[in-house]
Design a protein around this ligand. Structure first.
Ligand SMILES: Cc1cc2nc3c(=O)[nH]c(=O)nc-3n(C[C@H](O)[C@H](O)[C@H](O)COP(=O)(O)OP(=O)(O)OC[C@H]3O[C@@H](n4cnc5c(N)ncnc54)[C@H](O)[C@@H]3O)c2cc1C
Length: 485
């Protein structure tokens, strides 16, 4: 292998960790020139703490059956005679389905800690996206079936029946507003439209879905046959609303408020790592009690003028060490560019931690970490929590783009890891070679016996995934953090 050009390896030496100049604050003020304790911490035990997504899936289907069952039990088969009755029945079922899916959608995004642990933050978002499509179809079908069904029963026109329903039934005007809002939110979720909007605008429009829940609530309880009266169905729906409301309140408001009150984070230092990369160091109270792992991210809100109204997700770029936290950010837009101007002392409000790009997700004995660009941030942190023998492949266009070289090399020494820098342009045949199945095998002969953690630009992630598939690395051993939801 040609080690002098595009790829250089750092193999562990027997001498143990060297002194480091890593700029991290000590417990009080000043800066430590000694290796943080986290550098030499033993790896966490190998375990998967999630009881499994199938439990959540099972609960979802059980819930669906439970909300439809009261209709089934209360509807004598003889009552479904005639087109009007059948269409109205279809309208009721799709109505129940819509109300249920809407609650599930809000629950999935409640930032509930147990859901994130069981399912994973990224999977929650992809479930939310998938269910969103079904919800829109269910609501459209509910409206169509009810209007046409009632019109058929009353022998009236669809237009006249629509008017009668909207003006004659309780809380129907707010229900129409809710449906219109939801249609708007669904439209904004179309990828092209979403990309055209500023992220914050899209986000704040999207969270109006809470309003949909609130506006739809009235007509469900006033007109929904299964929700009126003191029936079992009504109690079930009230319980569902209370559960979802409590999860949202805790996950989005009370949990973060308590966490921030306990730790009181503030910026202590902002360091330019490269022309387009910046690190922000933060300290706080009692950080040893902050329950976060390397590879996880928080949503960070810097409480200063011009920053406070945006919360952005950034992963920790050093494993938690009880003394300070660090994020390392690529300056890609307004907010990330403005981070360079953050003042020491700025208070920070966080939500999280989230994410399952963590060492305890391992299923194999060894680990391979592949990073590119800002993806080195969580990879650098993860290296601290993975066992000896871990291999890191760090892809960059030029030597100047390689971040944390000293830290990585010291960590590699301390933790018995092997470090490969893959430097060169995307079209460089040698760079391409080392990302091909043959090249990866040359660098990591036992790759199939390792969990692979991938973080970086989409091109690198896709290419690496293709390579790993061709090398027959089992899917469960591949962990991604593509920095997007
Ligand atoms: C789980 C996760 C972890 C991340 N960790 C890191 C990290 O450690 N280092 C790093 O450099 N980058 C990280 N990112 C990416 C980082 O969050 C975005 O680059 C940053 O928010 C862009 O903000 P901007 O206003 O400067 O750029 P903009 O130009 O406004 O946005 C660029 C793109 O970033 C995304 N984005 C913008 N604002 C947000 C937001 N509030 N929430 C979610 N996505 C947003 C959108 O897709 C947008 O199109 C992470 C992203 C995610 C989802």
């Amino acid at each position: 292998m040609d080690a002098a050009t595009t790829t250089y390896g750092t193999r562990p030496s027997a001498s143990g960790p060297a002194e480091t100049a890593t700029p991290g604050p000590t417990a009080g003020t000043g800066w430590s020139a000694r290796p943080p304790a986290a550098f030499v911490r033993p790896p966490r035990p190998r375990e998967d703490t999630r009881p499994g997504r199938w439990v959540v899936r099972l609960v979802f289907w059980a819930g669906l059956v439970a909300v439809i069952a009261p209709w089934w039990l209360d509807t004598p088969s003889g009552s479904l005679a005639g087109t009007g009755a059948v269409l109205t029945a279809a309208g009721r079922i799709t109505g129940l389905l819509s109300a249920y899916l809407l609650l599930v959608q809000v629950l999935l995004m409640s930032r509930s800690g147990w859901l994130e642990r069981w399912v994973g933050a990224r999977s929650l978002v992809s479930w939310h996206r998938e269910l969103g499509g079904f919800l829109v179809v269910a609501i459209a079908a509910h409206i169509a079936f009810i209007v046409v069904g009632y019109a058929a029963t009353d022998h009236s026109s669809v237009t006249k029946e629509t008017w009668t329903i909207v003006t004659g039934y309780e809380d129907m005007v707010t229900a129409v507003v809710a449906a219109a809002l939801l249609a708007g939110i669904a439209l904004l979720s179309i990828r092209a439209l979403r990309r055209a909007l500023r992220y914050e605008l899209w986000y704040y429009l999207h969270v109006t879905s809470y309003l949909v829940l609130f506006l739809a609530y009235g007509h469900e309880f006033a007109n929904g046959q299964e929700m009126v009266g003191g029936k079992l169905g009504r109690h079930l729906w009230i319980a569902l609303y209370v559960l979802v409301g409590a999860e949202v309140l805790w996950g989005r408001l009370l949990g973060p408020l308590l966490l921030n009150r306990r730790h009181r984070l503030r910026v202590v230092r902002v360091i330019d790592e490269a022309p387009d990369m910046v690190s922000v160091y933060m300290i706080g109270r009692d950080l040893s009690r902050l329950d976060v792992k390397a590879g996880q991210f928080f949503r960070w809100r810097f409480l200063a003028r011009g920053y406070w109204w945006q919360a952005h997700p950034f992963s920790l770029s050093a494993a938690p060490n009880g003394q300070w936290l660090r994020v390392t950010v690529k300056t890609v837009g307004d907010h990330t560019t403005a981070l360079r101007r953050l003042r020491p002392g700025t208070r920070v409000y966080v939500e999280g931690p989230s994410g399952d790009f963590t060492a305890d997700r391992r299923t194999a004995a060894g680990a391979l970490l592949i990073a590119g660009g800002s993806g080195i941030a969580p990879i650098r942190a993860l290296l601290e929590e993975l066992p000896a023998g871990t291999v890191v492949i760090y892809r960059a266009s030029t030597d100047q783009d390689l971040l944390f070289r000293r830290e990585l090399e010291q960590l590699a020494e301390a933790r018995g890891a092997t470090l490969w820098y893959l430097v060169g342009s995307r079209d460089d045949p040698r760079t391409r070679h080392f990302l091909s199945p043959r090249g990866v095998r040359e660098l990591v002969p036992d790759v199939t016996a390792r969990d692979v953690y991938l973080c970086g630009p989409s091109g690198l992630i896709e290419q690496s995934q293709r390579t790993l598939r061709r090398l027959n690395v089992p899917r469960r051993q591949i962990h991604l953090d593509p920095f997007e939801f």
